[in-house]
Write a protein of this length. Structure first.
Length: 128
């Protein structure tokens, strides 16, 4: 456990002890203080407890919305990954990646393929 640090939130001093870095704790405390100040300004409320509860509700709202966005992002990533894996699996199972009219001869290590016995490497299609 680290040394206790003092932070000020909405005019009150708090002593915090955490395994997190001091800079991080100060940043979090400043954020809470800003949210409380916003609530106090908007609602014209002077009761500290009421301001704290309303600020906590606003912070919780931000947290849950961010969590939902993150979960949706993970669902999209999973869906895209499944689609790409399906395409890759299909491509590996096919004898030719491109129809004969779309084949391209590729240069290998800077030299054009000159041997007629050695087929030119096939280009893997990029996902769309």
């Amino acid at each position: 456990m680290k040394e206790p640090i003092e932070v000020e939130i909405f005019g009150q001093t708090f002593t915090l002890t955490s395994d997190d870095e001091e800079e991080y704790l100060r940043e979090v405390a400043a954020y809470v203080g800003q949210k409380m100040q916003q609530v106090a300004t908007i609602t014209k409320t002077v009761a500290t407890l009421r301001v704290a509860i309303l600020a906590a509700l606003n912070i919780a709202d931000e947290y849950y919305k961010a969590r939902r966005r993150e979960e949706e992002m993970y669902r999209q990533v999973d869906s895209l990954l499944a689609s790409l894996l399906g395409r890759l699996s299909q491509a590996q199972g096919e004898p030719h990646l491109f129809p004969s009219d779309e084949k391209e001869d590729l240069e290998v290590a800077g030299e054009a393929s000159s041997s007629e016995d050695t087929p030119a490497p096939k280009r893997v299609p990029s996902p769309v």
